[in-house]
Ligand binder design. Structure first.
Ligand code: GLN
Length: 490
């Protein structure tokens, strides 16, 4: 018999509905796998086995009632064990954002996205590792040590949702929530050979997501395929009165039943094929575009002329917003405190000791960019250029239905490879940042391997609130290929 943890989300959901397995059995299979693999990959910052088993039992009870009453089937998320990135609050469950400054913090409320998942029957296994406050591209910035890539334990899983991506890749859960401010769902999905959806800005409530860059932050999810992700997307999306930036537009009911892409217009931006990128990534993306063409799509080169400005603009706007958002960690309201002579001394001592290097770097960059005399030159200017980047996407989407491009210039790099050089780390995000600046959705999914057998991913972007086309196109690709079925040998 195959290990239950090896099932995909949809296979597990089908087995649950038919009564072949119970949620308790699925949950136990995941917990056992976590126990076996955590010493190798370190995907979790905390586990919630008691909560998980209780949720599983509740789910089983409802499932058997449903079967007896033969009423409408429950949502596909019902009884499915999942992992949650440790930047999303769950009432009473430790939430650290990968930072010492929130060690021991147990939020008094649950994030809307998680609340909706739990209400739809999902089982929460634990909180996954992340770069501190989601600042990073490798999960090496976690104060609790890095997560390792299940495909090669000497490599990073990507970041900042590296724990979520690694836990899906290692089959210790059926899906995981992540967040994406500049690429943090898509890039780790690509590095770990899984599928990850970054939703449109405003599609999923940010209530209970601990803020990094408020105008860029989005909640997303990771699983093995678009078909596995879709039920989660349906559950977590939609307006939330607790988040004034969440969109009132109804969430479309997306059906994945058609793999014919006839008439789909795909744009491949020439600015996304840059000097220095790994040749195998470029070749694999071109090959994946050919697969989409063989399904009926028409691809052509397009231009997003301001692409090269996305990186400098992001590294003004994101740190600026972060510096404001992180001001609340004042050693008074949350987490541990390092006492000093006076209040000011207490701020300095606590923030100096308990924030990591990268977080402090961003706070300094952001504070500088926002300070009187520099605001117009940096922040104001960056906002204007952000509009140009958004306009690039809007003009492109007048001519094509979606954009196909690489996720990152390379496959998973070695632990430590970029740690000493923040700029080289920031460059890992060149292809993912523009979507966050423009607020548009993106999906990343596996399209092959490099010669070291490291997964390669491709990204699709669609107009704002255009997730349906991302799911449908990825589904068509995944019905025609089997890259998403490959698993690491651990
Ligand atoms: N790597 C980018 C950063 O460090 C993006 C991170 C994210 O999306 N949370 O800001």
């Amino acid at each position: 018999m195959t290990d239950l943890a090896d099932l995909t989300l949809l296979e597990a959901a089908t087995a649950l509905r038919s009564g072949d397995v119970s949620s308790r059995e699925l949950t136990q299979a995941c917990l056992e796998r976590i126990e076996a693999l955590e010493p190798k990959i370190h995907a979790f910052l905390s586990l919630t086995p008691d909560l998980a088993l209780k949720q599983a039992e509740d789910a089983d009870r409802r499932l058997s009632e449903w079967r007896k009453e033969s009423v409408d089937p429950p949502p596909l998320t019902w009884g499915i064990p999942m992992a949650i990135k440790d930047v999303l609050c769950i009432e009473g469950v430790p939430t650290t954002c990968g930072s010492r400054i929130l060690e021991g913090f147990r939020p008094p409320y649950t994030a809307t996205s998680v609340e909706r998942l739990i209400s739809s029957g999902a089982v929460v296994l634990g909180k996954t590792n992340t770069d501190e406050f989601a600042m990073g591209s490798s999960t090496e910035n976690s104060a609790y040590g890095p997560t390792l890539n299940p495909w090669d334990l000497t490599r990073v899983p990507g970041g900042s949702s590296g724990g979520s991506a690694a836990s899906v890749a290692a089959n210790v859960c059926y899906a995981a929530l992540g967040t994406d401010t500049g690429g943090s769902v898509r890039q780790p999905a690509s590095f770990c050979g899984v599928t990850g959806i970054k939703t449109s800005y405003g599609r999923v409530s940010r209530y209970g997501l601990i803020a990094y860059g408020s105008s860029l932050d989005t909640v997303g999810a990771l699983a093995h395929s678009a078909a596995d992700l879709l039920p989660i997307f349906h559950v977590i999306s939609g307006h939330d009165p607790l988040d004034s930036t969440s969109m009132p537009e109804p969430v479309p009911n997306i059906a994945l039943d058609d793999t014919d892409l006839t008439g789909l217009r795909i744009g491949v931006p020439k600015e996304y094929f840059i000097e220095g990128m790994q040749g195998e990534v470029e070749t694999a993306v071109q090959e994946a575009v050919r697969v989409l063409e063989s399904l009926g799509a028409v691809a052509r080169e397009i231009s997003l002329p301001h692409t090269d400005l996305a990186l400098p603009v992001y590294y003004i706007i994101a740190p600026a917003e972060a510096s404001a958002n992180l001001a609340r960690y004042d050693a008074v309201r949350y987490g541990p405190r390092i006492e000093a002579e006076d209040l000011r001394g207490q701020y300095f001592a606590t923030r100096g000791a308990l924030f990591g290097q990268e977080v402090k770097r961003r706070i300094m960059l952001g504070t500088y960019a926002l300070s009187a005399g520099y605001y117009d030159a940096y922040y104001g200017q960056a906002q204007k250029v952000r509009t140009l980047i958004k306009d690039d996407f809007e003009s492109a989407f007048k001519e094509v239905d979606l954009i196909a491009c690489p996720v990152a210039p390379t496959t998973a790099f070695r632990i430590g490879e970029h740690s000493e050089d923040p700029l080289s780390m920031y460059l890992e995000d060149v292809f993912t940042l523009p979507a966050n600046l423009a607020g548009v959705p993106g999906i990343a999914f596996p399209i092959g391997f490099d010669t070291d057998r490291l997964p390669i991913g491709m990204q699709l972007n669609a107009p704002h609130l255009g997730e349906a086309i991302l799911f449908k196109t990825t589904y068509a690709y995944q019905e025609a290929t089997s890259w998403h079925k490959e698993r690491p040998s651990l």
